[in-house]
Design a protein around this ligand. Structure first.
Ligand code: GLC
Length: 555
């Protein structure tokens, strides 16, 4: 199916996130690559996704899974070449699937040409001005400029041996760029053009809220004085979500709009929900991730509140909604939903469970998957775009017991005893139960160990199997394409669905054209509402909607 020339394709697209190093390996070195993606386009076509978002595939030392970029306009030789990229893009386009690439503008890697030049050129040089260098404190300048902590743990400043320190909000190998510097601004426009000229359809913008910073205070505020970023709503935080971003992204939008069709962009911005629209409006990136469901329990009230809040937010920005249940940074949702409710609102239960090696709190994997399937169907019925993370379509859970010596995520190394990091959702995918590396590649090599039970979830074990998660996703995406209309939603109260839900545990809504979604969040069955049953996330009893199940109806 060829691509349609629709400039609004992204508004209600199902976007499949490929984490390239863990998706499919064509050459047997244990690292997924671009030819691997090309070889699996048929899987994506049959799944029925509208677009693929590729996490970084650029040259990188992999200090942060590729988010430490050495060169923004090339392909990591372990993952292929630019020619492989072009071939992958053409194959995806031929299958009617658009391509979004990841842009990492807050930091480069410490192996980037610019950073090497900055180290050589010394204090006060124009080369250093592309990054955030400051003199250390104290007579010998051997104290960091502030006590700030990096997101991955440990100090956010690193000394370079001549009295200066550089800022890295993430890993030591990820020096923050200085977005007041014109070279930096110009170079990212060049990168956008480079990929847009090759034919990519859109960009995912990594930590889009951090680029602009104000480090003019002397002394710098202490970590204790810094407000929590996503609680600040007036743009006054020195390290993120600042007003200067408006101008930066207006410049990006100009470049993106110079293409036909205009290139899409989606911001990863961990900011207060009330500020998200600043990234999502049409004069800015156009869309921003809504991560609210990543922190929510499987709970009707929480889901309803999040849906309402985000529908209001997109009405304000003019953008469309983005629904996310899993990605490469969080505990996979079948696992999250199999753990006890999180009362912190921070998704802490999953982190604690990982820290314990999967021992505590106790996981109920059957319940987790049942709820995950119900939540996925609900999200796919909502107005807006849905982001599906690779392996979700197989119902993959998080892998908890990765041995310490195999872990890769910098969070693990920088937060000993506090966080084990994100490797558990990045384990190479199982494609074939009985093949070496479960079909990930032609050899048994896999850059993160695959657990012995991985094969049971492989694509070839689920294909054609009634009720398998793979077939559920395929059916849901096929139906969604048929049913999708305007971005409108109408809540249906209990009377309208005829489901007397104990304690408000059923969420039901209609979409234009008679498509009705009913999700029973409770553990008890409720009467099945009237209508033609199109699809259900689990077996329907006779005349009932079982607990933790979603049904789509036509009325
Ligand atoms: C984003 C990415 C994450 C990465 C971080 C630093 O949050 O999703 O994987 O570690 O940015 O680039």
């Amino acid at each position: 199916m060829p691509l349609t020339p629709d400039k609004d394709w992204w508004r209600q697209a199902v976007v499949y996130q490929v984490y390239p190093r863990s998706f499919a390996d064509s050459d047997g070195d244990g690292i997924g690559d671009l030819r691997g993606v090309t070889s699996r386009v048929e899987h994506l076509r049959r799944l029925g996704v509208d677009a693929v978002w590729l996490s970084p595939f650029y040259p990188s030392a992999l200090a942060d899974g590729g988010y430490d970029v050495d060169d923004y306009r090339d392909v990591d030789p372990r993952l292929g070449t630019l020619a492989d990229f072009d071939e992958m893009l053409a194959t995806l386009h031929d299958a009617g699937i658009r391509v979004i690439v990841d842009i990492v503008p807050n930091h480069t890697s410490n192996r980037h040409e610019w950073f090497r030049q900055a180290l050589e050129a010394g204090p006060g040089s124009p080369e250093r001005d592309r990054y955030v260098f400051r003199d250390g404190l104290g007579p010998d300048k051997d104290q960091p400029p502030s006590d700030w902590r990096s997101t991955f743990g440990g100090p956010a400043w690193e000394p370079v041996g001549d009295g200066q320190w550089y800022l890295h909000l993430f890993a030591v190998e990820q020096p923050d760029l200085n977005w007041d510097n014109p070279d930096v601004r110009e170079d990212f426009l060049k990168t956008l053009r480079f990929w847009a000229d090759r034919g990519v359809d859109g960009f995912r913008v990594d930590v889009a809220h951090h680029l602009a910073k104000d480090l003019s205070a002397d002394p710098l505020p202490s970590a204790a004085e810094l407000p929590i970023l996503d609680e600040v709503v007036d743009g006054s935080h020195p390290l993120g979500d600042r007003e200067e971003l408006t101008e930066i992204y207006a410049g990006w939008r100009e470049v993106l709009d110079s293409y036909d069709p205009p290139r899409a962009a989606v911001a990863e911005a961990w900011v207060a929900p009330a500020r998200r629209h600043r990234y999502a409006r049409p004069t800015s990136l156009g869309q921003a991730f809504n991560f609210d469901l990543l922190r929510a329990n499987f709970d009707a009230r929480e889901f309803r509140e999040i849906v309402d809040r985000n529908l209001a937010a997109t009405a304000e920005s003019g953008s469309s909604n983005t629904w996310v249940l899993s990605n490469h940074d969080v505990v996979r949702h079948p696992t999250r939903y199999g753990l006890p409710d999180d009362t912190s609102g921070e998704g802490d239960v999953g982190r604690r469970w990982l820290l314990s090696g999967g021992a505590a709190p106790e996981l109920d994997p059957v319940r987790g998957l049942r709820r995950a399937r119900a939540a996925t169907m609900l999200v796919l019925a909502l107005p807006g775009s849905a982001y599906v993370y690779q392996g979700e379509e197989l119902g993959l859970p998080e892998v908890a017991d990765i041995p310490a010596q195999d872990r890769q995520d910098p969070t693990f190394f920088r937060s000993p005893g506090h966080d084990v990091g994100r490797d558990g959702c990045r384990v190479p995918l199982p494609w074939a139960a009985d093949a070496p590396s479960y079909g990930f590649g032609p050899t048994s090599a896999a850059h993160l160990p695959q657990p012995p039970w991985w094969g049971a979830l492989a694509v070839d074990r689920q294909e054609g199997v009634d009720g398998s998660t793979l077939e559920l996703y395929r059916a849901a995406l096929r139906l969604r394409r048929e049913l999708l209309g305007a971005e409108a939603l109408e809540w249906l109260d209990d009377a309208a669905v005829g489901a007397a839900a104990p304690g408000g545990t059923v969420l039901a809504f209609g979409r234009p054209g008679g498509w009705v979604n009913v999700t029973n969040f409770g553990a008890e069955e409720v009467p099945l509402p009237d209508g033609e049953v199109l699809l259900a996330s689990g077996d329907l009893g006779h005349g009932v909607l079982p607990g933790e199940t979603t049904v789509w109806l036509r009325r």
